[in-house]
Design a protein around this ligand. Structure first.
Ligand SMILES: NC(=O)c1ccc[n+]([C@@H]2O[C@H](COP(=O)([O-])OP(=O)(O)OC[C@H]3O[C@@H](n4cnc5c(N)ncnc54)[C@H](O)[C@@H]3O)[C@@H](O)[C@H]2O)c1
Length: 359
């Protein structure tokens, strides 16, 4: 088992990463001094697979428990779902000391996290992420949110968990496309901060895709560590944390223009390729790095070309993205593998040229 410590003063906590560790949830949260009642928030898919393991471990540790299911899907990451959860929590008799355990992927993590942050002005939260994206990315950093109308992830709170237990054995039941999508964020973490980790991925991608336990544990731990370091330096997302948006400027636009036919992970992969190509065009990076990036993404099963779509529409969508600052499109560009910087100095002509060459 590996352990990553998140150092945020009074909000510090540990991320436990290992195989089969969900069965230790009860004893682990007991060690934190969390008392009496525990509520698992999950969805029917994850509940069927892992609900009993967590339930049993909580009962064995002496907790009075409730399991609250939210239907599977991004559309249930909503204020309506949170409202229903508040009622169910009250019916169960949840108090200020009752711990909420978020068992599932990023959707459950965000929704249960938001519910924990707001029910009775905040109750203890434990993240039990079960997707690669959630283990390496979304469960870390304390961003909790729901969607509301056009406002995606805009209603929320920064709220750190008391502990995270990332059981890598849960990734074995994950649909392949979900695993591949998570790989995009793993590769992103390597490019923004760690050339050695990128090299490790180049060497071990086959074992990683075959879900080898040792490689999986090492990759989740390293990827989580990178996100932790970025979050520690900018907990409330005021500057440096922006580097986590590498690949997202073009990525969000591609996702949106494709009407979400291109998945988030695929779109980020295309976006990272575009950003790397821009860096080369600006003479800021050796083209050899783009070749390595494209090769790794391709081997992971991720796209590096733009699907059939209107480039003008992609550019237009980028201009309306919430991350645009005072009319300028902000890019995270690599200088090399392992180092990126933030700029809003990329001309529309260059963006158009790069995207045109990616079709
Ligand atoms: N808070 C943040 O910082 C942050 C960062 C990135 C993304 N997000 C959010 O994360 C969400 C996406 O998360 P996701 O990619 O994990 O999607 P998800 O939560 O929808 O999970 C993907 C699918 O896999 C299923 N599933 C989960 N674990 C499983 C398992 N072990 N075995 C089999 N099936 C399993 C789920 O039921 C779902 O159908 C989005 O809502 C996004 O906005 C948040």
């Amino acid at each position: 088992m590996k352990n990553v410590t998140v150092r945020l003063g009074q909000n510090s906590y540990n991320i436990n990463i290992g195989s089969g560790i969900l069965s230790r949830t009860g004893s682990k949260i007991k060690e934190l001094g969390l008392k009496d009642k525990a509520v698992i928030i999950t969805n029917p898919v994850v509940n069927k697979l892992y609900g009993n393991i967590v339930r049993q471990s909580l009962i064995d540790a002496g907790y009075k428990i409730a399991v609250l299911e939210v239907p599977d899907g991004e559309e249930y990451k909503s204020l309506e779902s949170a409202g229903k959860l508040y009622r169910q929590l009250a019916e169960f008799g949840a108090e200020r000391s009752t711990v909420i355990l978020a068992l599932g992927g990023g959707v459950i993590g965000d929704l249960a996290g938001f519910t924990a942050a707001t029910y009775m002005r905040g109750v203890p939260l434990v993240q039990l992420p079960t997707t690669l994206l959630a283990q390496c990315d979304s469960s870390i950093g304390g961003k909790t949110a729901v969607n509301h109308g056009q406002l995606k992830n805009e209603i929320g709170a920064f709220y750190q968990p008391k502990m995270t237990i990332a059981d890598i054995s849960t990734l074995k039941s994950l649909p392949k496309e979900e695993f591949t999508g998570g790989l995009a964020e793993v590769i992103k973490h390597a490019v923004i901060k760690d050339a050695n980790f990128f090299e490790y991925l180049e060497k071990n991608l086959d074992l990683l895709k075959a879900l080898d336990n040792n490689v999986l544990e090492a990759v989740v731990a390293k990827s989580a560590q990178i996100k932790v370091e970025v979050v520690e330096s900018d907990e409330k997302d005021t500057g440096l944390r922006n580097i986590l948006n590498f690949g997202h400027t073009v990525g969000h636009a591609v996702e949106s223009v494709s009407n979400f036919q291109v998945s988030h992970g695929q779109a980020v992969s295309i976006g990272m390729t575009a950003a790397a190509n821009i860096a080369v065009e600006l003479d800021l990076m050796d083209p050899e790095n783009v070749t390595r990036l494209k090769k790794l993404l391709g081997k992971a099963g991720l796209p590096t070309k733009l699907p059939r779509m209107e480039i003008k529409q992609v550019l237009q969508t980028m201009r309306y993205d919430k991350k645009v600052q005072s009319g300028k499109i902000r890019f995270i560009l690599p200088r090399s593998i392992g180092e990126v910087f933030i700029t809003d100095d990329v001309s529309l002509q260059l963006m158009e040229k790069v995207l045109g060459e990616m079709t």
